[in-house]
Design a protein. Structure first.
Ligand SMILES: O=C(O)CCC(=O)C(=O)O
Length: 282
């Protein structure tokens, strides 16, 4: 399929506000992102936005609406081994989140969301629909463990210059399988000998231990967002609580970092985000 960009820049966004209302990333936050490859922005999704997104997710989980990824599809440790077994139909990701409800476009079009991304990636932002674009779920009884990996390992773009935005719809902690990250790992070139056949970091190798000792859990409250570089090593364990964990994840790139033709990254259309709403006179 020919690569396309969906231009929704003329779309109006309810309650979008203007850049004058927006809390921009400070110099210290920008320096932290450069150094560590991630940032946590507290309260990036309002309680009302999180509630509406949770409602959509719960509706679509119950009805199994749209395309989904099951735990079994991952083959990760802890995933059921057959659809026929208990938990075999446990959904891990509601795919194509962006087209499930207007709340996702409403949220990501808000200057408070898009302007910090512009600070990191430049003024013209594109959201690939082929990557993430999902509600990530961790169900109580049948969740799996995601090993240490860099998202870019399966992605194909001109440069490894993309960021993902992970919005917690509920609390995320070690007990329910929050993400852990290795600060600074976005600057590493990891040779193939340090990875397994699925390109996860091998945690059995002595030479990877120093890296893994630097890991930290990313504890999030509802509405907090993690912004992370596509090369940052991250992992997550199972949900050992009795409540589902729901997170919304989208990925962004600068306009001049296109997907490589005929790859999975170029297999779906993309969205241009609305331009900045500049205050009058600027
Ligand atoms: O929640 C998880 O298990 C981590 C998911 C993840 O890192 C990914 O899909 O790239």
């Amino acid at each position: 399929m020919e690569h396309q960009i969906v231009d929704n820049t003329s779309q109006t966004t309810p309650d979008a506000g203007s850049v004058t209302d927006v809390e921009m990333l400070s110099d210290a936050q920008l320096a932290q992102f450069q150094r560590e490859g991630f940032l946590v922005v507290r309260g990036l999704g309002s309680p009302e936005i999180c509630r509406r997104m949770r409602d959509v997710a719960q509706r679509d989980l119950e009805a199994v609406t749209g395309s989904v990824e099951y735990e079994i599809d991952t083959g990760y440790p802890g995933a059921p081994e057959s659809f026929a077994l208990p938990g075999g139909r446990t959904i891990r990701r509601l795919l194509a989140a962006h087209s499930r409800d207007m709340i996702f476009t409403d949220w990501m079009s808000q200057p408070s969301v898009v302007e910090p991304l512009r600070q990191l990636l430049g003024p013209r932002l594109v959201m690939p629909l082929a990557h993430h674009n999902c509600v990530m779920t961790k169900q109580p009884r049948f969740s799996s463990e995601t090993g240490w990996h860099q998202d870019i390992r399966y992605w194909s773009f001109a440069r490894p210059e993309l960021v993902s935005l992970w919005l917690a719809l509920g609390s995320e902690c070690e007990q329910n399988g929050c993400l852990s990250v290795v600060p600074g790992s976005h600057q590493l070139e990891l040779g193939p000998e340090r990875l397994d056949e699925r390109l996860f970091l091998r945690d059995d190798l002595q030479e990877n231990q120093e890296l893994l000792e630097r890991r930290i859990p990313v504890i999030l409250e509802p509405g907090d967002a993690l912004i992370f570089h596509c090369r940052m090593l991250h992992a997550a364990s199972r949900n050992r609580t009795d409540a589902v964990k729901l997170s919304v994840v989208f990925t962004f790139r600068p306009e001049d970092n296109p997907p490589i033709p005929n790859t999975r990254s170029a297999s779906l259309p993309e969205m241009l985000l609305p331009p900045s709403v500049k205050p009058a006179g600027e």
